[in-house]
Ligand binder design. Structure first.
Ligand code: PLP
Length: 421
């Protein structure tokens, strides 16, 4: 580890890093590792969708070209119900974005009493959401937009630190929600243990209208032969006497087309009726043609899983390359640690405390764009300034390799400078 080096040795390492960094800047790279988007090749896997649907009639005879069917086509709800652990009758299939369903759920909770609530959330003196960190910046931005306070909760290898969650939810009736990405979480790749899910479902809450925003965005996005299964939150909530606690979200954004997929909301019958009642004021029904096209293309649950194996063939080599290069360049230095996720879209890179911002800005100067340091934390503020999110799916493999090798140089430079301070 570099922390065991004497001053001369460390200075020599810093000088070497500086020379490597200058050479890197000279190369004038232009690479982007910022957002978790599928690559063009991944989108090509679903290009048959562009010629579908072949027909326009749903299984029950519905003419998909017409108005109606607010809850979405039964056959697509059947297809995804099992994958998202929601009975098809309690699943809504909507437009192309699950984020917009999260947004609308919050707006409707602000303006229309959620089941169990004493009043609408706008009438509350203050509203707070728990945010396991590191987490997804768009969840945080959505809350900020509506003045919802964000309370950071540390993540462990099994999900959020449940001792902290249980205490805050029990003590503070203004805590109305928690953000969870329960499988292959963004960005650390952590999957929630059964015990974590059980405690979330069963914990006593001061707020009668407390909700778990269960964003299962990576439900089928496995990178290994042994898919992670998480416990069934909705069922556990019902068994624990908290049937209305879970809002489950998912989408095909990273299965078919990010800009033209199908998004889902699943919950208790009371919550589903509540949301449909509000949605009905804004639309007569979703794009059933797109839903039918997805049914024809993906066919059934096995069809979805088969399709995801093709994604995995394309992106697994990129994740492997990141791990290989980081291990080669930084292994044993003590300057960084990183996740080796079994699924999802991200790798979390932890650098020495107080170094993340500098690493990201050094990388930017060398033409390597990374998600801003701090984005993984509420208000963009990572108090330890150590978390960096790597999104390797979008660039081509050779670009990923170049970018990570360059990033490793930045970590070595900033890290050795830090140790010399
Ligand atoms: N939730 C998480 C955790 C994500 O990482 C993303 C996209 O990166 C989304 C939601 C966006 O979902 P959608 O495309 O369905 O709006």
């Amino acid at each position: 580890s570099f922390s065991a080096l004497n001053l001369d040795e460390l200075t020599a390492q810093r000088d070497r890093a500086l020379r490597d960094y200058e050479a890197l800047v000279q190369r004038g790279l232009s690479l982007d590792l910022t957002r978790g988007k599928p690559s063009g090749r991944q989108l090509d896997l679903a290009s048959a969708l562009l010629a579908l649907p072949g027909g326009h009639t749903a299984a029950d005879g519905t003419d998909c070209r017409n108005y109606g069917g607010l809850q979405g086509l039964p056959e697509i709800r059947e297809m995804f119900g099992g994958l998202l652990q929601v009975p098809a009758g309690q699943l809504i299939a909507a437009g192309n974005s699950s984020l917009s369903l999260m947004h609308d759920s919050i707006v409707h909770a602000l303006l229309g009493r959620v089941p169990g609530a004493e009043r609408r959330w706008v009438e509350e003196p203050r509203i707070a959401f728990l945010c396991p960190v590191p987490g997804y910046d768009r969840h945080f931005a959505l809350c900020e937009r509506f003045g919802i306070e964000l309370i950071a909760v540390p993540m462990t290898a099994e999900g959020p630190d449940m001792d902290v969650v249980e205490r805050l939810v029990l003590e503070d009736p203004q805590v109305k929600g928690i953000w969870c990405v329960p499988k292959y979480s963004n960005p650390s790749g952590v999957s929630y243990s059964d015990e974590t899910v059980r405690r979330l479902a069963a914990m006593p809450a001061a707020a009668p209208d407390f909700r778990i925003f269960w964003d299962n965005a990576y439900a089928v996005h496995h990178l290994t032969d042994t898919p992670v299964e998480i416990a069934d939150l909705l069922a556990l909530c019902a068994e624990s006497g908290n049937p209305d606690r879970a809002f489950v979200f998912g989408s095909t954004s990273k299965i078919t087309f990010s800009g033209g997929g199908v998004a889902f909301f699943g919950s208790s019958p009371a919550n589903v009726a509540w949301l449909l009642g509000h949605m009905a004021k804004g639309t007569i029904g979703p794009d059933k043609i797109n839903q039918l096209r997805h049914v024809e293309f993906l066919r059934d649950e096995d069809g979805v899983l088969e399709h995801m194996r093709r994604h995995r063939e394309l992106i697994r080599p990129k994740f492997d390359a990141v791990d290989l290069i980081l291990t080669k360049e930084l292994g044993g230095t003590g300057l960084a640690s990183w996740s080796n996720p079994a699924g999802g879209y991200f790798i979390g890179l932890d650098v020495l405390e107080g170094c993340a911002r500098q690493v990201v800005s050094r990388a930017a100067e060398a033409g390597i764009a990374l998600t801003p340091a701090g984005a993984t934390h509420p208000y963009g503020d990572d108090p330890r300034d150590s978390t960096i999110r790597i999104a390797p799916t979008y660039p081509e493999l050779d670009e990923v390799e170049l970018a990570i090798a360059g990033l490793a140089v930045c970590v070595r430079l900033v890290g050795t400078e830090k140790l010399l301070e």
